[in-house]
Design a protein around this ligand. Structure first.
Ligand code: FES
Length: 511
């Protein structure tokens, strides 16, 4: 069983796949390209570059699929922002470019699967967006018109066919897709190695330094010298401030419930809510004669709900009200989503860096799509080829759109620094039950204290090592989560998710 992951919960993908294990770097290495991050973004980029003869070294702090790709629901579906939202924020030409990128990404995934003979349950299917009461119906009309202008095969139906509740009007997007993300990553990794690439697990990149002629990636296990570096770590650790003002980190929640096989059509389904619910079926990991109905939603900003377990209950209530055949809850997990203020991912050269350092971030809830587009786009940039999406997704673009989102996310982040002026969450460690954590004030210091199930206390500085916000305990994942830019740490202080690079400092509880 694959166990390397960045939280306490395990996804259906973790439970049903064993990904290839990778030994750590030991000494120094030289490559044409060093890719950091063994999720779908890093592995797609590394695989495509190696297919073009580039010598690629890929490193990951943990292992293949240990980050957010192992926690997705793997919808290969239209943009979260809708085509209407992109057209409104940008223009119809750029909405058409997004449609082109999305269709090309699904085609690319399908062609890699065929070429590498990857058994990952890839399936083409229809996606349905249905309207919630209120202004949802009008929104659907706008979306249908915009999707069609963008060249998307879409139609309006009176309701989603084949499911037990009346959704009301919906849009059907033809020819979307789903797959098993960790089986896909395993196939990409095998293809990369076959092409001469090397993958090191357990190797965290601490920093990158260099010039236009070459870069060096520094790790605790040695250095890697390369002509180019691609940072594909969900959120870029090498960009300390700029990118983290352009996007916001959210947690999203997923449950998997057993349903009788054949009782529901294989479709992708989501609604017009904000946050919205999203649904698909999965065959792996189901009891005999069943499939797993995978339902996600109930998002919130990272570090801004200390006891998010109720969100699993919210998902269960939602699914039982609509799908009477829903049986036992078999899986529950959460993951992290980076929401760019203007809705488009950031794929390309890292702003304020040399031209040979690239980033893939801002998945916007469409991680499978944006990471595949990012891999294709950055491969072209490194190979010196034109890429028609490069301007659209340029990380250096000015945030002329989504300004109100930008302002409210910045205000939210600034407000988090007010935590330093607040009292502790508990007055003494005696108030912390086993398996829980809380912030304790100790003079001018804030201590993050976790009491393990055996009653042992683990004390850390509560100052996030990125930009010093106060971390908060996440009891659903047994982690310390930062409410400012989404860094996460385990109960020993080790980094689970960037942009932080360094662990939380050890602290002492004074009696
Ligand atoms: Fe930026 Fe914690 S993630 S301050």
């Amino acid at each position: 069983m694959q166990t390397t992951t960045n939280g306490a919960s395990a996804s259906i993908w973790h439970a049903t796949t064993e990904v290839p294990s990778c030994t750590p770097l030991n000494g120094s290495a030289v490559a044409d390209v060093c890719v950091i991050g063994a999720g779908i973004a890093g592995l797609t980029t590394a695989y495509l570059l190696s297919s073009h003869g580039r010598k690629v070294t890929l490193i990951d702090a943990a292992g293949i699929g240990a980050g957010e790709t192992g926690r997705t629901t793997a919808h290969l579906s239209p943009p979260d922002e809708w085509y209407a939202g992109i057209e409104e924020a940008f223009d119809a030409a750029r909405a058409a470019l997004v449609a082109d990128a999305y269709a090309s990404a699904i085609d690319m995934v399908q062609s890699i699967i065929a070429k590498e003979d990857i058994a990952c349950e890839f399936e083409r299917l229809d996606g349905y967006l249905y309207a919630l009461p209120g202004n949802g119906f009008q929104d659907l009309d706008k979306e249908l018109d915009a999707a069609r202008r963008a060249g998307v095969n879409a139609e309006r139906l009176a309701r989603v066919p084949g499911i037990p509740f009346d959704t009301g009007p919906c849009i059907r997007y033809a020819n979307q897709a789903q797959f098993h993300p960790l089986k896909y990553l395993s196939g990409l990794a095998r293809g990369l190695v076959k092409n001469g690439g090397v993958i090191y697990g357990g190797t965290r990149a601490d920093s990158i330094d260099g010039n236009p002629d070459g870069q060096t990636v520094f790790t605790g296990r040695g250095e890697i010298r390369a002509e180019s570096v691609v940072v594909a770590t969900n959120t870029p650790f090498n960009n300390r401030v700029v990118m983290h003002t352009k996007q916001a980190a959210y947690r999203t929640y997923v449950i998997g419930v057993a349903v009788p096989k054949g009782s529901l059509p294989h479709i992708l389904l989501w609604d017009t809510g904000d946050p919205y619910y999203y649904v698909r079926l999965e065959a792996a990991g189901a009891p005999e004669g069943h499939e797993v109905l995978v339902v996600g939603g109930a998002d919130h900003k990272v570090g801004q709900d200390a006891h998010p377990e109720h969100r699993y209950g919210e998902l269960e209530r939602w699914v039982r009200e609509r799908f009477p055949m829903a049986g036992a809850v078999l899986y529950q997990w959460s993951g992290e989503v980076m929401e760019p203020s203007d809705g488009l991912a950031f794929l390309g050269r890292n702003p304020m860096d040399e031209d040979n350092v690239y980033i893939i971030t801002g998945d916007s809830g469409n991680g499978m799509m944006h990471c595949t587009i990012g891999g294709m786009l950055i491969t072209d940039l490194i190979l010196g080829k034109e890429n028609r999406w490069a301007g659209l997704y340029d990380p250096s673009r000015k945030m002329l759109h989504g300004v109100s989102d930008f302002v409210s996310e910045q205000a939210n982040t600034l407000a988090q620094y007010g935590d330093w002026a607040k009292g502790g969450e508990v007055e003494s460690v005696q108030q912390i039950p086993p398996g829980q954590g809380a912030i304790l004030n100790q003079g001018m210091q804030k201590i993050a204290v976790y009491r393990d199930p055996q009653n042992g206390l683990h004390a850390l500085s509560a100052a996030c090592t990125h930009l010093a916000c106060v971390v908060h305990f996440n009891s659903a994942e047994t982690s310390w989560d930062c409410p400012c830019h989404g860094s996460r740490f385990d109960t020993n202080g080790a980094v689970l998710h960037g942009p932080a690079v360094s662990p939380l400092a050890a602290a002492e509880i004074k009696s």
